[in-house]
Design a protein around this ligand. Structure first.
Ligand SMILES: [Zn+2]
Ligand SMILES: [Zn+2]
Length: 263
């Protein structure tokens, strides 16, 4: 029996706005997924509005809460029409060549990311990756990339959580290009959320490095760096710096949710 299409995918295929790209992305992702859907024991009701039957987020909620926005090309902050890069990125030339985000980090996605990350529902990865893939410019970025690398967790945090949520996303986005062994986190860092903007950059400086034995595999390559949430962008910038220092040609960022205000 053919497994059911996730609602988010159906919504993306059916959505009027950007239906061509979204539909193609949805079909491509669905074709690449193993069957039956490796979804976790998620509720049969939409996680946002409670509509039933729907899983994990219903079509109406995807249409309402995951509309593409105009975003800064290099940090994915929302920008006004006609603006390519935000003021912050114009002032400090960013390390990322481009940055893509599917949604703003707010209702209802904040709660859904928490379920995904902290409460052990890694099966949300399929749905979140589908929304990421359907964001503008993500499909070509993934196609052009040589590697799609997850933001690494420190070993202690990985042991505590049991999985790296960014690796689950990267594997859904590009199964043949995802590799958790190329970029390493050298040390545990204080949670970024508790720090002021200036402290965040210092907190993560030197926290990442390319795997020394595999650095040759990064030289001259295009990389997409994947994370679930971007707040200040300091961690992703530090990781991208490590990849560029190892010889990577260009590094794009790709996150599911982006904090909409500069922090
Ligand atoms: Zn809903
Ligand atoms: Zn920007």
């Amino acid at each position: 029996m053919r497994p059911r299409l996730p609602s988010a995918a159906k919504a993306l295929v059916a959505l009027g706005a950007g239906a061509g790209r979204a539909g193609a992305a949805a079909r491509a992702v669905l074709a690449a997924l193993p069957g039956p859907w490796a979804l976790p024991p998620v509720p049969a009701r939409c996680a946002v509005c409670g509509a039933w039957p729907a899983q994990p987020v219903c079509e109406a909620c995807v249409a309402r809460f995951a509309q593409p926005r105009l975003r800064c090309r290099t940090c994915a902050l929302p920008v006004a029409a006609g603006v390519v890069r935000c003021g912050g990125c114009l002032r400090e030339d960013p390390v990322l060549a481009r940055c893509h985000a599917a949604v703003d980090y707010g209702y209802p996605w904040r709660g859904i990311v928490a379920e995904f990350k902290f409460r052990g529902w890694p099966g949300w990865a399929a749905s979140l990756a589908l929304l990421m893939r359907s964001a503008p410019w993500v499909e070509p970025a993934l196609e052009e990339a040589d590697w799609v690398l997850p933001m690494p967790l420190a070993p202690g945090r990985l042991a505590q959580r049991g999985f790296n949520q960014s690796l689950l996303l990267a594997r859904r986005l590009a199964p043949r290009k995802a590799d958790p062994g190329l970029l390493l986190r050298l040390r545990e860092t204080a949670p970024q959320a508790a720090l002021a903007r200036a402290e965040r950059a210092a907190n993560v400086r030197g926290a990442f490095a390319a795997e020394p034995l595999r650095a040759a595999q990064l030289r001259g390559r295009r990389i997409v760096l994947v994370d679930d949430v971007m707040t200040s962008g300091a961690s992703m910038s530090a990781a991208a710096t490590a990849l560029r220092e190892a010889g990577a040609l260009a590094v794009d960022g790709l996150v599911f949710a982006r904090t909409p205000q500069p922090l």
